[in-house]
Design a protein around this ligand. Structure first.
Ligand code: SF4
Length: 360
């Protein structure tokens, strides 16, 4: 697993600090240059102050944009150089409590939009930055302000924003239309065409009704939507209906991501009850894909190891698991498809997951 936090020696700051670590030469403003290297540390010059990073793999940090918070003994790797899986966790608050949530909500919120803005300005050209939570739109005005400021300073950057779609309203039209809609993709979960089942999964009465309204609102304002559905025991049989619903009522959806469960957070707590073994039964997923395909909705399978999917549906699988939490099993070592396969989450419980996994 790739660490997203790395130990540092005490560093005397009173405000969050964002810099790009540079091991050789200087990239200019916002850059901390390495001035001393040892077997288990690198010392960087940060505006005349010495920052000591404790690592035995300094090259892995070269070019990373990192954030240091006052009083903390580790840095946060906000943008890892060369990775396409960089996400800003803008809040841990959420108004839903989804059965598969990988980042269970917390009450407390720390506003880090300013350091995130600074980090975005230091991102590589044409980077895609994920925005996640919690629920980012609980801090909607700050979020829009952040997006518009980044857009003004770095129009090359793209955003993939995860939202439960509960907090938009007609007053957001102006902000939504000010954004470069070619550079923003909203990832919005919908778990069922049945309001009752969706509301049960997200543990919020009336959530489906609001979601339906706001999917339409995003569409009316020209925004691209990735509809996201985690397959669970409680919704798998309804995937065909959901496919019909999405293609009938929300034809503006850019594509539909059908996702396997991530065994972390509530997903781990509820794994035994909700993990749907799609290596054993794939028919409901196939039905959803078939209907979507016939009706012109592009579909993609996230977090499905290739060998757990019938051959004719493997072309829908994406290498979706973020590099820092991706792993492969011993059997994968002799698999001819390993370079095309997303593998497993680092915390995948072998023996309690897919009943059929094997080298191709
Ligand atoms: S054996 Fe491993 S690498 Fe091969 S398809 Fe299955 S999960 Fe992927």
């Amino acid at each position: 697993m790739i660490p997203l936090r790395v130990k540092i020696d005490p560093f005397p700051i009173s405000e969050p600090l964002v810099v790009r670590l540079q091991n050789n030469g200087s990239l200019g403003e916002g850059t901390a240059n390495a001035i001393l290297r040892g077997p288990d540390f690198v010392e960087y010059d940060v505006c005349g102050m010495s920052l000591t990073v404790r690592t035995t793999e300094p090259d892995s940090l070269d070019g990373d944009v990192v954030m240091i918070l006052p009083g903390q003994r580790s840095l946060h790797r906000l943008i890892r150089n060369g990775s396409s899986h960089n996400t800003f966790l803008v809040t841990e608050q959420c108004d839903q409590k989804c059965v598969m949530c990988s980042q269970p909500p917390k009450k407390h919120h720390v506003d880090l939009f300013e350091p995130f803005f600074e980090a975005a300005l230091l991102a590589p050209f044409n980077a895609t930055i994920g925005i996640s939570g919690g629920e980012p739109t609980l801090h909607k005005s700050r979020l829009f302000e952040f997006l518009l400021r980044v857009q003004a300073g770095r129009p090359d950057i793209e955003f993939h924003i995860l939202t439960n779609g509960q907090h938009f309203d007609e007053d957001d039209a102006s902000a939504l239309q000010s954004l470069d809609r070619t550079r923003v993709l909203w990832g919005v979960p919908c778990y069922s065409a049945s309001p009752e089942i969706h509301d049960d999964i997200v543990a919020k009465r009336g959530a489906f009704e609001v979601l339906e309204r706001n999917l339409a609102l995003l569409g009316r304002n020209g925004h691209r939507i990735e509809l996201r559905t985690v397959v669970l025991n409680s919704n798998a049989s309804g995937l065909a209906d959901l496919s019909l619903y999405a293609t009938t009522h929300h034809p503006h959806i850019a594509f539909w991501a059908i996702m396997q469960l991530e065994p972390i957070g509530y997903g781990r707590q509820n794994w035994g009850r909700e993990f749907f073994d799609s290596s054993r039964i794939f028919d409901p997923i196939a039905a959803g894909i078939d209907i979507a395909s016939i009706r012109g909705l592009e579909t993609v399978l996230y977090n499905f190891p290739l060998c757990t999917v019938p051959e004719q549906y493997r072309r829908f699988c994406a290498n979706s698991i973020s590099d820092w939490k991706q792993k492969y099993l011993p059997t994968c070592g002799v698999c001819s498809a390993i370079n095309r396969c997303t593998g497993f989450f680092e915390w995948y419980p072998e023996g309690r997951g897919f009943s059929s996994v094997g080298a191709l």
